[in-house]
Design a protein around this ligand. Structure first.
Ligand code: TRP
Length: 462
């Protein structure tokens, strides 16, 4: 089975000519982008960083950094038809630029390790919600209790981590089957639909206006650099950028595909999903007097309220957590895929072995994160953060922006922004809309903004 399979002809999607493969790609890329990053991470970092101000910078980061870097990754991937390490190597052979590809491979494994811990929690919440745990009206103390007693049990969190990574490695080892691709095409819109229903419900809650005020009415006196860094990190995290996932996905794209429109579609859909998650969470938080700053557990302590009060909550709860588990799975697949495609292409390791090797490393690295909620040692590992928080900070807030910075310099100057731009054009003889702006952005704005932000972040935290 080759790695090209995610874009294989899909009869369900096929309607006319070129469109079918583009849609297959958009689904795979959107599947990678939409995940826990949107529904777990986005609301909790937004809540922690003061709400609306954060949202404001997040949206700026998505448009002026995310979308721009998305095109850079996709064009580099498609032009070279390689994994991230191979892509840099192909354009600039025997140069240190390859290291950026390696950084991506490591970052993927790093993110995978703790992301899968949270995915394991989701799986558990699917399980208990289908047992009807959230069907009766619960108090805050009860919901807290369910969460705390679960995460304090390593004999639950560790096996869940293992199961989740195993499923991911298993799927990647077979090549991403067209079955999964078809499922994504059905389940993702379903997830979106549920999010819409839950948002409408949230907006009817008594705390809705307070929640929306927190979420949508920015207080610019709260701006600070750490928050801006988090917004940038979250934008890259949510869009699966900065570590070569989109280089890898772009490398499976046929030449005649329209990169330009696919890029926008993925970015818009991903941002919309995150936005809706906020619309669901914050009214609920304020209705039940919870804290928007609860951090990592926020979603797990908030949504059960929604399901325990919702008329069809008994049904919606399990369905929601099931779909979230699938969304997480289509994201972890892309995380495993990057390192796997590197091992397969460059090291000639058979795909199944490569996929399980990556999974095994991620599992070992994930153990301390899985223990972050039960062991005293890992719950306050360093800098007052738990091991999981620390991993999240290092990989998402530092490594992704760093990867994106190096990539923008590479695409802007080494490969040449003009060449990349031609790759993005749907019609090679004509500039794509905003092409000049994109060139300017990737050459000057992205490197400059990311250098400044990273520099201050490093100086500020030491
Ligand atoms: N974007 C995914 C999410 O929001 C997570 C993810 C998948 C990711 N692949 C990635 C993040 C690559 C960064 C890089 O859940």
């Amino acid at each position: 089975m080759t790695v090209r399979s995610p874009l294989k002809y899909n009869p369900l999607m096929a309607k006319r000519g070129k469109w079918k493969s583009t849609l297959g790609f958009v689904l795979a890329a959107a599947g990678s982008a939409v995940g826990l990053g949107n529904i777990w991470r986005f609301p909790y970092v937004t809540g922690k960083n003061g709400g609306a101000v954060f949202l404001f910078f997040y949206i700026l980061a998505v448009i002026f950094l995310g979308l721009v870097v998305m095109y850079a990754e996709l064009s580099l991937g498609r032009a070279t038809q390689k994994n991230p390490v191979g892509a840099f190597e192909k354009i600039k052979p025997f140069s240190p630029w390859k290291a950026v590809g390696f950084l991506g491979v490591f970052t993927g494994v790093g993110i995978l390790s703790y992301y899968s811990v949270i995915a394991g929690w989701t799986l558990y919440y699917f399980y208990i919600s289908s047992l009807g745990k959230f069907s009766e009206k619960l108090t805050e103390a009860q919901i807290d209790g369910i969460f705390s007693s679960f995460v304090s049990k390593p004999f639950l969190t560790l096996p869940l981590l293992l199961i989740f990574i195993f499923i991911t490695s298993f799927i990647v080892s077979r090549g991403i089957s067209s079955g999964i691709e078809r499922w994504t095409g059905i389940l993702m819109p379903l997830l979106f639909l549920i999010l819409l229903v839950l948002s409408v419900y949230s907006l009817t809650l008594p705390g809705a206006s307070e929640g929306l005020k927190f979420y949508l009415k920015p207080d610019f006196s709260k701006v600070n650099l750490k928050m801006i860094l988090s917004a940038v990190g979250q934008a890259f995290f949510s869009l699966s950028l900065g570590m070569g996932a989109m280089i890898t996905y772009g490398s499976y794209l046929p030449k005649e595909d329209n990169l330009f429109s696919s890029g926008i579609e993925v970015v818009a859909f991903d941002t919309l999903v995150a936005f809706l998650a906020g619309i669901i969470i914050f009214p609920t938080v304020f209705t039940y007097g919870l804290s928007p700053r609860a951090g990592v557990p926020l979603v797990f302590k908030t949504l059960p309220f929604t399901f325990s009060k919702l008329p069809l909550g008994r049904l919606f709860g399990p369905l929601f957590f099931f779909l979230l588990t699938i969304a997480a799975l289509t994201s972890t697949i892309s995380l495993v895929e990057v390192a796997t495609s590197y091992l397969v292409d460059e090291k000639k390791i058979p795909r199944p072995r490569a996929a399980f090797l990556v999974g095994a490393v991620a599992f070992l690295l994930g153990i301390p994160s899985a223990l972050s909620t039960s062991s005293r040692f890992f719950s306050r590992f360093a800098f007052g953060k738990s091991f999981l928080d620390l991993m999240d900070y290092i990989w998402a807030n530092l490594s992704l922006p760093l990867g994106a910075l190096l990539l923008s310099v590479f695409v802007g100057y080494v490969w040449g922004a003009e060449k990349a731009a031609v790759e993005i054009r749907p019609d090679k003889s004509r500039k794509f809309p905003g092409e000049d702006l994109w060139i300017y952005d990737i050459k000057y704005f992205v490197p400059l903004a990311l250098s400044v932000i990273l520099l201050f972040a490093v100086l500020g935290s030491s």
